[in-house]
Design a protein around this ligand. Structure first.
Ligand SMILES: Cc1ncc(COP(=O)(O)O)c(C=O)c1O
Length: 366
């Protein structure tokens, strides 16, 4: 027995490992398991990183740096209210640390991003799960779970892992139904991919209220997951609070430089969205033709339901694909073991995935 024990609220988190299983023996691994961008990084972002290589002995900027100004320009928002983070993961944790007292309740959704309940526990809070309606977030279920101890509500919109979304009038209904003392966090990590007239990422709600935060990331549509860069758009007083407690140098110089180049690279963003709009329906049609059940999605990933018989189920499929060098995400940890989640890859990756799944369903050996 070690002499020191971690605090009780995190005891059941120890040993958690993110899904990064490898595919040993494969020179080229097809990574469809963590919802990364399909086109690699923006060439302009790579170039910008090189130009700051001679400055990496310096500490990075801590406040509304050039990147916050560039983000502000793109979205027409105040850079002073943008908080940068080492991925939006860090901002999820910092939000909990700033606003959740021990014992406070943090509502997340049934098939929601796993980091939400983790961050709540790390802060000493109590995660409360609101059931989905089918595989879509239910505003009523969230509102029914509000108690005097509720402090924060996390809503990923679009949602990971389901790929579904809430229209803006539903998000507004949620905000209107929550007490003012409850912080609503709209995590719009996949907003760039959504092509629906009734969707908004949440900027206007942040501006109209003093208790709503929107999170965004460079890890998905901007192709920069490895640099770890996310941002929060907040009411000014919340931005000041988050800035005062987050690690001051959490965002590194290469990430800041690449972020400015990526957000200004409209051609790359357009290509990313066009690629997704072309290949997502293609993948869904191929899965249907194979007798699988792809779920509807507005993001760059989707859930696919597999048959239940052991030789053809989701877990067997995931293992078969991994043995062929293709990584997809198992859903047992989310309580949906009959599904796998996978993201749109490059044209070659998408063909390889479908061909490999056909082999699997035809009973080929891996
Ligand atoms: C809903 C959601 N929020 C946040 C993140 C984390 O993004 P980042 O890489 O910026 O930490 C992810 C990554 O998968 C996500 O799916």
């Amino acid at each position: 027995m070690p002499s020191v024990a971690p605090k009780a609220s995190i005891a059941d988190l120890i040993g958690y490992k993110p899904a990064l299983a490898g595919a040993p023996g494969h020179a080229r691994v097809v990574r469809l398991h963590v919802n990364e961008g399909a086109l690699g990084p923006s060439p302009k972002a790579m170039e910008a990183m090189q130009t700051v290589a001679t400055r990496i002995h310096q500490y990075p900027a801590v406040d509304a740096s050039g990147l916050a100004v560039a983000i502000g320009r793109k979205h027409g928002i105040d850079p002073q209210r943008i908080v940068l983070g080492c991925g939006s993961d860090e901002l999820i944790q910092v939000l909990c640390l700033a606003y959740v007292e021990p014992g406070d309740e943090v509502i997340h959704t049934q098939y929601g991003f796993l980091l939400f309940p983790m961050a709540a526990k790390i802060a000493g809070g109590v995660p409360v799960s609101a059931p989905d309606d089918g595989y879509t977030v239910s505003v009523d279920a969230i509102l029914e779970r509000v108690t005097p101890r509720t402090k924060l509500v996390f809503l990923a919109n679009p949602n990971n892992p389901t790929g579904t979304y809430l229209a803006h009038d539903e998000v507004r209904r949620l905000r209107a139904g929550l007490p003012d003392r409850v912080v609503l966090v709209l995590d719009a990590a996949y907003a760039e991919y959504v092509q629906r007239n009734d969707y908004t990422a949440g900027i206007e709600l942040v501006e109209e209220t003093d208790n709503t935060v929107m999170l965004r990331t460079f890890s998905k549509a901007f192709g920069m997951a490895g640099l770890r860069l996310g941002w929060a758009y907040c009411p000014k007083s919340m931005a000041d609070t988050l800035y005062s407690i987050r690690p001051p140098y959490g965002v590194n110089i290469p990430a800041l430089a690449a972020g400015v180049a990526a957000i200004e690279d409209q051609a790359f963003q357009d290509a990313t969205v066009a690629h997704n709009a072309r290949w997502m329906p293609w993948l869904q049609a191929q899965f249907n033709a194979l007798g699988l059940e792809p779920m509807p999605t507005v993001a760059n990933f989707l859930m696919v339901r597999f048959p239940t018989e052991p030789a053809r189920n989701a877990d067997a499929a995931r293992q078969f694909l991994a043995a062929r060098g293709i990584l997809v995400r198992e859903m047992a940890g989310y309580g949906a073991p009959e599904f796998i989640r996978l993201s749109v890859g490059s044209e070659d990756d998408n063909h390889l995935l479908v061909d490999t799944l056909r082999d699997f369903l035809n009973g080929a050996s891996s």
